[in-house]
Design a protein around this ligand. Structure first.
Ligand code: GTP
Ligand code: MG
Length: 284
């Protein structure tokens, strides 16, 4: 085969991605990364000075993914060094120590630092996150992590793509280095990063056909929250019969139960009918 064609094919198949680790000092970031990239564990604490680097390869579908992991120092003292390395990250491993509540609470401030350093033009939705609950016995490690994910759910980017399950793959058993869980590669984490790269750096929109439009869902929500019949129909208080009927017809077409399968459409439709009836009673 033509060597150029072969090279082009190989280039298409291989991909380089940048992942960073974040979390307080001594939570175990470097250990996790060394364990993952070099298959070894370092029981002695050697604080990372500014930044450390790990590299590994994973296979996602037919592509070889070269993963460059930038292991950040957690100590505040090294802020000036690590702040240079946030840029262009595609994946983030957030680490906390389950025995240290403050390291868990600090996850938010790590996200804040990251957002600040990456700049407002960067869309955090297009970065894949996993949270690693470290230094915990297996039976407990789900709890806090899951809680945190739920609380942070409003961000949308945290641990969608089922990344939560990956956290367990990284964790070690407490105080017993000989009892390491044999970590399989956190496949879904890297698959998500690969999907994003293949989609031009944006998180692909899941192809879910929900059967109703955003306008229908928004209108149902608006009707539920309306303060009176005028508000429900979306007309000003004192509107004419024609205005009320026009608004009603529009909503009836949008929300008629025969046409709209959005949850709550039937109740919303009934409310709109009642609102129109009560308004028309009082308008000459
Ligand atoms: P900085 O580089 O200062 O930000 O710290 P770090 O988060 O990289 O911590 P590091 O990986 O160096 O680990 C800190 C200490 O925790 C070391 O003494 C490790 O041996 C220990 N450690 C890491 N993971 C585990 C674990 O799962 N269980 C236990 N018991 N100790 C761990
Ligand atoms: Mg370190």
């Amino acid at each position: 085969m033509d060597t150029n064609v072969q090279k082009r094919r190989e280039n298409k198949k291989s991909l380089r991605v940048k992942v960073i680790s974040l979390g307080n000092a001594e939570v175990g970031k470097s250990c996790i990364i060394k364990r993952y990239c070099e298959k070894r564990f370092v029981p002695k604490y050697l604080a990372t000075i500014g930044i450390d680097y790990g590299v590994t390869k994973v296979q996602v579908r037919d592509r070889e993914i070269k993963v460059n992991i930038f292991d950040m120092a957690g100590h505040p003292f090294f802020y000036e060094v690590r702040n240079e390395f946030y840029k262009d990250s595609q994946g983030v491993i957030l680490v906390y120590d389950v025995g240290l509540r403050e390291s868990f609470d600090a996850l938010d401030s790590w996200l804040t630092e990251m957002k600040q350093e990456m700049g407002s033009q960067v869309n955090m939705e297009n970065i894949i996150f996993i949270v690693c609950a470290n230094k915990v016995p297996l039976v407990f490690k789900y709890l806090l992590c899951e809680l945190w994910m739920r609380v942070r759910g409003d961000f949308g980017y945290v641990l969608t793509y089922n990344s939560f399950h990956l956290t367990t793959l990284f964790c070690f058993l407490k105080n017993d280095c000989s009892l390491f869980i044999m970590c399989p590669p956190p496949q879904a984490f890297f698959s998500s990063i690969t999907d994003m790269c293949e989609n031009g750096g944006k998180r692909p929109t899941p192809e879910v056909n929900v059967g109703f439009t955003k306008e229908q869902a928004d209108t149902i929500r608006r009707i539920r929250n309306s303060k009176d019949s005028w508000d429900m129909l979306g007309v000003k208080p004192g509107a004419t019969r024609e205005e009320v009927n026009k608004a009603y017809r529009k909503l009836a077409v949008l929300l008629h139960p025969d046409k709209c399968v959005a949850p709550g459409s039937e109740d919303a439709f009934k409310s709109v009918v009642n609102a129109r009836t009560s308004l028309l009673k009082n308008i000459k």
